[in-house]
Ligand binder design. Structure first.
Ligand code: COI
Length: 357
């Protein structure tokens, strides 16, 4: 039993680590899970019974409410090992705040800091050998909450579980992405849940994405639900453009996820005195900029993807090709700076890294 600052965690260790099965040289995203998971129960209006258990299948009734009505929310975060071998989490308190915003919107209980942060600390500490060291690689952390009532009436669950699982992984995209502007299907509407990490947001994106992939694109750019003119997000990422040396991204609101990588990129840009505009940006403006030569860069930002360069934007049957990565100076610089902060090679002036081991 480990006694943390404020919570007690019952620990059951795996009998034999699976780490030798992992090929650290060829990491992909999201397929291999490290030895342990963390779980806390919500019953009688309170969280308790924190446990660290061997990773594996969890018992679940087929009537579990999350499976039917989607009371399921998650976070994406990463742990990094720096050049000295120290392990840190990137901005974990911001993920804790965001999962609680998601919880509120989905009528679920938020997870207090002592469980969220202590759970991450203890889990990652125990599985710290699973944190990769290579540049671009990390231990992806997936905290999530699900409604667990065994009940198929439509109402908020009375019971929940908060889990954390972790997965060593490399880059989400291993090459610049070709994206299609989606003008038929929508991801989010005003008054909806686009600003939270509700699992259903991702499920609904699969069909339009599949159609785009059948046409040779990697991902789609979501447009506003009303007019399909304003560019909102790309796949699971926030979307940014550099036009005429100005960094432009959609403003936060009901339809945009408040990405922590988004915020980090905007913060670094402002530190570097790059002009930043958080405002609506239309496809017409992007095409005009492409035509007159002022569209310098387009990229997605996200925890999994970090910075994903966009190579081509497809719209109304035409492909608009962007400069190659070597020509996308701001996004290259910001990607390197973020990696350097995470690896302890650049000063962490905003205190983003939270050292745990
Ligand atoms: C993340 O960037 O962590 C995400 O949420 C994307 C994920 C769905 C792969």
């Amino acid at each position: 039993m480990i006694t943390a600052n404020t919570i007690e965690v019952k620990v059951q260790k795996i009998s034999k680590s699976r780490i030798n099965e992992l090929d650290f040289e060829h990491l992909t995203f999201g397929k291999i899970f490290s030895d342990h998971l963390f779980v806390v129960d919500y019953n009688n209006n309170q969280w308790g019974n924190a446990q660290q258990l061997p990773y594996g299948p969890v018992p679940m009734s087929p009537s579990t409410s999350a499976l039917h009505y989607g009371q399921a929310i998650f976070e994406g975060m990463k742990a990094y090992k720096n050049d000295k071998g120290e392990v840190s989490l990137f901005r974990p308190f911001d993920n804790n705040k965001r999962i609680n915003i998601s919880a509120d919107r989905m009528c679920m209980p938020g997870i207090p800091k002592e469980y969220f942060i202590e759970g991450l600390k203890q889990l990652v500490h125990m599985d710290k050998d699973w944190v990769p060291t290579a540049d671009g690689a990390s231990l992806y952390l997936r905290p999530f909450i699900i409604g667990t009532d065994e009940f198929i009436g439509v109402k908020p669950s009375d019971t929940y579980k908060f889990y954390i699982i972790t997965s060593p992984g490399g880059a989400y995209y291993n090459k610049p992405v070709k994206v299609l502007v989606e003008t038929n299907f929508i991801r989010a509407v005003e008054g909806g849940v686009g600003f939270v990490k509700a699992s259903g947001n991702y499920g609904r994106s699969l069909y339009p994405t599949k159609l785009a992939q059948q046409r040779g694109y990697d991902q789609i750019i979501w447009t506003d639900a009303r007019n399909h003119r304003y560019l909102e997000e790309s796949g699971t990422m926030n979307l940014m453009f550099v036009i005429d040396d100005v960094l432009i991204t959609a403003p936060l609101g009901d339809t945009i996820l408040a990405g922590i990588t988004r915020d980090s990129v905007l913060t670094l840009a402002r530190d570097w005195k790059v002009k930043v505009q958080e405002r609506k940006i239309s496809i017409d403006e992007v095409i005009d900029a492409h035509k007159n030569g002022t569209l310098q860069e387009a990229f997605g930002t996200g925890t999994a993807a970090t910075i994903a360069h966009i190579s081509t934007i497809g719209f109304e049957g035409k492909d608009y090709v962007l400069p190659g990565i070597e020509g996308q100076m701001f996004s290259q610089r910001v990607a390197k700076e973020l990696e350097d902060i995470r690896k302890g090679r650049a000063e962490d002036i905003h205190n983003w890294m939270y050292k745990i081991a």
